[in-house]
Design a protein around this ligand. Structure first.
Ligand code: ADP
Ligand code: MG
Length: 345
């Protein structure tokens, strides 16, 4: 059995914090740090005025990541908002969502679910748990039991965004349903980080990467672009090119190389087709989205991965986002707006 190597990098980095501090002239210095957070690698680079080091900004970003995971987004933390929602499944009385931000996020998520015909469906919680996707990231693949089809079929009966009622701040989950915000959580946190970066006078530019979700902000001192690598999905360490942008953007990638386990020549990855309960097979290996919202980019990258090129392109057009698909044949398909941002390797 072969497992995704990325998790070893995560494990290694949890013991190692890299902090780099470089002068850039014009009174601006570059600070970089690589750590872990939200179960993945976090890379932060900021350009700040000379008397700053970026360290305070980094620790504030770490605090946001922890706070959002623990207080709002993680179904594993028993008193997070999502866990409280999940605990009321089937109660009939619904759950009053405490965070207005989470409430707004849920509206956006449901909009993407509706327009993607359920390709994005955060009610897949029971199914993602049956696959034990979380364990793949921690390296705990012992045995990796592939769930029985009968079990998946049974669990699928408790999946369906259309069976959830969202009304006046209340969310009503049917019995046995469970939400999993894994597809959108990093994007939600990127939005928060983007908001925070805007409040900092001492900072001129930043690029923050949480796994496959990136926020870029401001400018580089030399006027250059922020270059986000498009990973070659089948050649570790290789890139197909970069998405090169200036200013504030939210870039998310969903790929079948991010978290997977190989068994008998079959790649089981972490993006589930909510119709079948199995890893999506839509002829794409990765999808990258650029938009003006972290949540939207993250939601659309997962939805487009499940939909594949044709339906995915229609979906992103509806949301005014840009997309880049890498197909199973390693072909690149892009929206016209993405073509203007993509620089081939
Ligand atoms: P990553 O977490 O690597 O950034 P994605 O944003 O595509 O990748 O999210 C994948 C995660 O979302 C999975 O680990 C799982 O928790 C959850 N998930 C998988 N398939 C779906 C789906 N079709 N709709 C909603 N959530 C999903
Ligand atoms: Mg996503």
């Amino acid at each position: 059995m072969k497992c995704c190597k990325r998790k070893y990098i995560v494990t290694l980095l949890s013991f190692l914090t890299l902090f780099v501090f470089t002068g850039c002239g014009k009174g601006v210095v570059k600070s970089s740090e690589t750590t872990t957070g939200m179960g993945t690698v976090v890379q932060k680079t900021v350009y700040v005025n000379e008397e700053q080091t970026g360290k305070d900004i980094f620790s504030e970003i770490d605090t946001y990541m922890e706070k959002y995971e623990n207080e709002l987004l993680s179904w594993r933390v028993s008193d997070s908002e999502i866990s409280k929602i999940n605990a009321t499944a089937g109660s009939g009385s619904g759950y009053q969502v405490q965070s207005s931000e989470l409430w707004e996020n849920l509206q956006t998520i449901w909009k993407v679910s509706e327009r993607s015909q359920g390709a994005l469906d955060i009610t897949v919680g029971m199914v993602t748990r049956a696959w034990n996707i979380d364990a793949w990231a921690t390296g705990d693949n012992n045995g990796f039991p592939i769930p029985d089809k009968e079990i998946l079929d049974e669990l699928l009966q408790n999946v369906g965004y259309q069976n959830v009622r969202l009304e006046e701040g209340l969310i009503y989950l049917p019995a046995q349903m469970s939400l999993d915000l894994g597809a959108v959580g990093k994007g939600i946190v990127c939005d928060k980080i983007g908001e925070y970066l805007k409040t900092l006078d001492e900072m001129t530019g930043a690029v923050i990467t949480i796994g496959g979700s990136v926020v870029t902000y401001g400018e580089k001192p030399d006027g250059g672009t922020w270059n986000i690598a498009i990973v070659h999905p089948r050649k570790e360490g290789s890139y197909l090119g970069t998405v090169s942008v200036r200013g504030e953007h939210y870039i998310a990638t969903s790929g079948d190389y991010e978290r997977y386990v190989e068994r008998d020549g079959i790649r089981y990855h972490h993006i589930i087709n909510p119709d079948t309960g199995y890893p999506a097979e839509s002829g794409v290996c990765s999808v990258t989205i650029v938009s003006d919202s972290g949540l939207l980019s993250d939601a659309l990258s997962t939805a487009c991965f499940v939909l594949g090129v044709q339906d995915g392109l229609k979906l992103v057009e509806e949301f005014g986002a840009e997309a880049l698909f890498v197909t199973a044949e390693m072909e690149i398909v892009m929206t016209p707006g993405m073509e203007r941002m993509f620089v081939s390797q």
